[in-house]
Design a protein around this ligand. Structure first.
Ligand SMILES: Nc1ncnc2c1ncn2[C@@H]1O[C@H](COP(=O)(O)OP(=O)(O)OP(=O)(O)O)[C@@H](O)[C@H]1O
Ligand SMILES: [Mg+2]
Length: 657
């Protein structure tokens, strides 16, 4: 499957490696963060629930504490006595001490009918009956300690203490999201109260001692709860934990602080919590925005002795540490993923470079090979497979180079052979042409010569007879001598013509060419035309004897030697050489003179019959010689340079046909 269109190995490797790490990294991060989130939320909720339990414990302990103080006071004999004797003075002194020492807000003693005998908090008002008070009523009928949370209305409060009534008054601060109230002022007080029955020494019920603490603006309980929840109190300048006691839906005691540092009382609980806790009597746990920060909060109802819901106990733990924990773990996950990705990119980059660099080099090598450059550096440092590939490239290049050289050599040989063959064919053609020309000319010449020969003989015989008859000083003698001389010359021409035309079959016998040449030299050396000619011979003594017609071959050699001597009229050097040719099948005889050379345009013609540049030449010497050599199966070639000389080369096959 092709995910992206990427070209190079390097980018493909990096891309696929990165995708391979990014997808698991994202999945792991999501799952990990979700697990941690769930864990953190569960942990936070557990924490806040356990805090709520502790808070309830503190609340209950506070009631128990009041009960203990009140009970211990109620059993004292001095108190019993003072009640029986209505000793107000003693009660005043004693109650003042207890109120101060035990930080009670109210301490009231009543007779067995529920009439107030003495009010520690307000000694001036007494004698009123408190039977209607549910706590007192219960105690009167059951003669047992009755304790719990009680809401005391303002008129009753005023009796207990105008100061308490004053402390209880709260101007309700309008609160967003809260269930709005119709009233704007709260005047009732919320109390933790205990009613303890008093019995005299004979066990007779003689009255009730009522002790209590008003919670409104009393922060002892909430601060105790807060202290229990966390050792330290703040986190990043915010309260780590908070506790609040609501009278019905109104905050009357809390350690939540306003921006100005004052306690955030007199605000209302949110409508959501109101409905769950006060209306339905259930717990509420969730995120709560308190004053200016998010808390994870838990609320539960506070009930009076009749089980009626009269308030709410709240604890909250700051959400920030949990958010930080979550964020830190998310960052850790992302950090690890990022490091992983960077490492994978780095590793894949290195790896791909290791693979692609030698591949790129191979590519260059292949390009160079394509251009026919074989001298290359085939060293490729990379994975084993690529190194193998490089060495295969090297072998291939060597083979290619070898074959190319062979091919070039072969082409050159072929060219040479073609040239040789072409030259051979050209020569054969030229010779054929010449032979045909000579043959037809020969026939013509033979006919003419035959016709001329008889009249010539007649002329010569008669002219000779006339010459014999003439006196030595006869003036005609000179003319007749010219007739005789010219007639002899004519007869010579006719004779040569007949020789040429005869084309007689050669009478072959085994002869040594070297000795033939030696004889010829002996013959010609003393001739006048050879006086100024220096003859040099290089005769190869290893050449075999060959089957030739010695007379005819001698005639050929003499023709050529005389031509050379005639060409070098003022003197020169004639070089005669015999040898075996390169093929070893022929004997080559070379005649090289230092004459004036033959002009190029005449070279083709010198073998033609009657072609001569000499005044008294017949022009038949070379054409006869050519015919003879041809009849011996050989060839006659010429090489000439103007002002340097002429070379004739005769090849005669050693094995005659
Ligand atoms: N060695 C040479 N140097 C220069 N020219 C030469 C040589 N050999 C031959 N020739 C030229 O070739 C011509 C033909 O030679 P060829 O032997 O057939 O006839 P010729 O020598 O002229 O006459 P003839 O042989 O009858 O005396 C000569 O006239 C001369 O021009
Ligand atoms: Mg000649």
């Amino acid at each position: 499957m092709k995910i992206f269109k990427v070209k190079s190995i390097q980018s493909q490797l990096i891309l696929y490696f990165t995708i391979t790490i990014i997808i698991p990294a994202i999945i792991t991060s999501i799952i990990g963060v979700k697990i941690i989130n769930d864990q953190v939320i569960r942990q936070a909720e557990n924490k806040v629930l356990s805090d709520l339990n502790s808070a309830r414990e503190v609340y209950q302990n506070s009631i128990q504490n009041i009960t203990n103080i009140t009970r211990m006071t109620a059993v004292r004999s001095l108190i019993i006595k003072a009640l029986e004797n209505k000793d107000i003075n003693f009660l005043r002194q004693d109650f003042n001490k207890i109120l101060k020492r035990e930080k009670l807000d109210i301490l009231t003693i009543l007779d067995e009918y529920g009439n107030v005998v003495y009010r520690g908090s307000n000694p001036d008002i007494f004698g009123d009956n408190l039977k209607s008070n549910p706590l007192i009523k219960n105690c009167l009928t059951r003669k047992q300690i009755i304790s719990g949370t009680v809401i005391t209305p303002a008129d009753e409060l005023k009796k207990d203490s105008p100061e308490l009534a004053e402390r209880a008054i709260m101007k309700i601060i309008p609160t967003p999201k809260a269930k709005q109230r119709t009233d704007t002022l709260e005047t009732a007080g919320m109390f933790l109260k205990t009613a303890v029955p008093i019995f005299n020494e004979s066990g007779q019920f003689i009255g009730i001692l009522l002790g209590g603490v008003m919670i409104n603006r009393n922060y002892e309980i909430v601060d105790k709860i807060k202290k229990l929840m966390y050792e330290q109190s703040t986190y990043k300048g915010k309260e780590l934990s908070t506790a609040t006691i609501f009278m019905k839906d109104l905050r009357i005691s809390t350690n939540v602080k306003n921006e100005d540092g004052s306690r955030a009382i007199a605000t209302l609980v949110s409508e959501d919590v109101f409905n769950t806790v006060i209306e339905n009597g259930e717990r509420w746990i969730g995120d709560a925005f308190v004053v200016n920060t998010w808390y994870i909060g838990a609320y539960e109802p506070i009930r009076d002795i009749n089980g009626e819901i009269v308030g709410i106990l709240y604890v909250g733990t700051l959400k920030l540490p949990f958010d930080d924990l979550l964020r830190n773990s998310l960052l850790t996950f992302l950090g690890i993923a990022l490091i992983g990705i960077v490492m994978v990119i780095f590793v894949s980059y290195r790896l791909s470079k290791k693979i692609s660099a030698p591949l790129r080099k191979l590519e260059t090598i292949a390009d160079e090979l394509a251009y026919g450059n074989y001298n290359l550096d085939f060293q490729c440092n990379g994975p084993r497979e690529i190194e193998h590939l490089a060495s295969s490239f090297k072998n291939m290049a060597q083979e290619l180079q070898k074959e190319k050289l062979e091919l070039e050599e072969w082409a050159m040989t072929l060219e040479k052979k073609v040239q040789e063959r072409t030259d051979e064919i050209k020569n054969i053609h030229a010779q054929l042409f010449r032979s045909e020309k000579l043959a037809s000319l020969g026939k013509l010449a033979a006919g003419v010569a035959h016709e001329i020969n008889n009249p010539l003989t007649g002329i010569l015989t008669n002219a000779s007879l006339i010459l014999e008859d003439l006196e030595p000083n006869d003036p005609k003698r000179e003319d007749v001598e010219i007739i005789v001389k010219e007639t002899i010359r004519c007869r010579e021409i006719v004779k040569r013509l007949l020789d040429f035309a005869k084309q007689t079959q050669p009478q072959k016998k085994l002869i040594n060419i070297n000795s033939l040449i030696e004889n010829i030299i002996l013959l010609v050396r003393n001739q006048a035309s050879f006086r100024n000619i220096q003859i040099e011979k290089y005769l190869d003594t290893n050449i075999p004897e060959i089957m030739v017609d010695p007379d005819q071959i001698q005639q050929v050699f003499i023709n050529i030697i005389i031509n050379a001597a005639e060409a070098m009229g003022k003197g020169g050097k004639l070089l005669i050489e015999t040898k075996r040719d390169k093929s070893g099948n022929n004997i080559t005889i070379v005649f090289k003179d230092t004459g004036p050379g033959i002009p190029e345009h005449l070279r083709e013609k010198i073998f033609d019959p009657f072609f001569t540049t000499k005044e008294s030449g017949t022009g038949l010497g070379l054409s006869i010689s050519h015919g003879i050599i041809e009849q011996h199966g050989g060839t006659i070639d010429l090489d000439s340079k103007i002002n340097e000389g002429t070379t004739f080369m005769i090849n005669i096959p050693i094995k005659q046909q």
